[in-house]
Unconditional design. Structure first.
Lengths: 172, 123
């Protein structure tokens, strides 16, 4: 009788273990960052792109206005692809674009903007990439849609036409 | 008097070097325990990607600000989620993962002890 109970308990134990691991196998093990965040904008201090003056985040994002914070660099090829969409977005008066120039050379960044146009209302410079880490960013290009000091949507990689339409739909 | 000054300066420099070495050691340990999120199968320590380079700088700055190892892990967890840590945290999803080896170890130990006593009783 006792050995029967032990064997049933053992079978049950292995069955549960099997079921749990089998279910675990079906879970995707690819890392997928959360895109709809609702997180507060991090508080930070950063240098202006043009004249190296210090800017605090509270001055960048004010009240009930939409902002698109775009991390870009002149050496980043996908940034060139997304630039035309940012230029289109610039025409919309409901949103302000903030450029986060990432680990870039000032001259190269300047000529990038001269060649392709400047969609940004303000540009700040993240020379060592530390500010981007505070945002939880992965690299360039990456964009954060902000409203009332909260990140409402995040775009990892270059912005395309679909993203542009989505942004326009949100800010309408 | 000059000798006292020189030995004082030397001891300050040596102490500073020890502190610096400790900081670098902690910095490397933390970087080894973090997953480089844009690389394949590499830790932040092993990677030379822009992301990893910036993250190493952040770790260095946080150590200099006086943050502990756990505080730095928590800070990065709030920014990038649990995935950035190599060690899975003990929570609802990982109870089984953490407790299963202990359960198996205890069950195995109990079986060995029971067999040992049974054998002794038979003798």
């Amino acid at each position: 009788m006792k050995s029967k109970v032990i064997s049933i308990a053992l079978i049950l134990f292995f069955l549960t273990t099997f079921v749990i691991f089998f279910k675990g196998l079906k879970n995707p093990n690819l890392y997928t960052p959360i895109l709809n965040q609702g997180k507060e904008v991090p508080s930070f201090e950063i240098k202006s792109f043009e004249n190296n003056t210090k800017i605090i985040s509270e001055k960048l994002f004010r009240g009930n206005k939409y902002y698109l914070m775009n991390i870009w660099a002149s050496w980043c090829i996908p940034c060139r692809d997304e630039h035309k969409f940012l230029m289109k977005l610039k025409k919309d008066k409901k949103i302000e674009l903030i450029g986060f120039n990432y680990k870039d050379n000032f001259k190269n960044a300047k000529s990038f903007l001269k060649d392709l146009g400047n969609p940004y209302n303000i540009i700040v410079s993240d020379k060592d990439g530390i500010a981007s880490i505070n945002w939880g960013a992965y690299g360039v290009p990456e964009s954060f849609l902000i409203y009332e000091n909260k990140i409402i949507k995040r775009f990892i990689g270059p912005i395309n036409n679909e993203d542009l339409l989505e942004i326009k739909k949100i800010i309408r | 008097m000059r000798f006292v000054y020189i030995s004082l300066i030397v001891s300050i420099i040596l102490n500073f070097n020890f502190l610096k070495a400790d900081e670098i050691k902690t910095e490397n340990e933390i970087a080894k325990n973090l997953r480089c999120l844009i690389c394949q199968g590499q830790s932040v320590y092993d990677s030379d990607s822009e992301f990893a380079i910036s993250l190493k700088l952040v770790i260095k700055n946080k150590i200099q600000e006086g943050m502990s190892e756990d505080q730095i892990y928590n800070f990065l967890k709030t920014k990038y989620g649990e995935w950035i840590l190599y060690d899975p945290v003990f929570n609802r999803n990982t109870y089984f993962l953490w407790l299963l080896p202990i359960l198996i170890f205890l069950a195995g130990g109990a079986i060995i002890i029971r067999n040992f006593y049974n054998k002794n009783n038979l003798d």
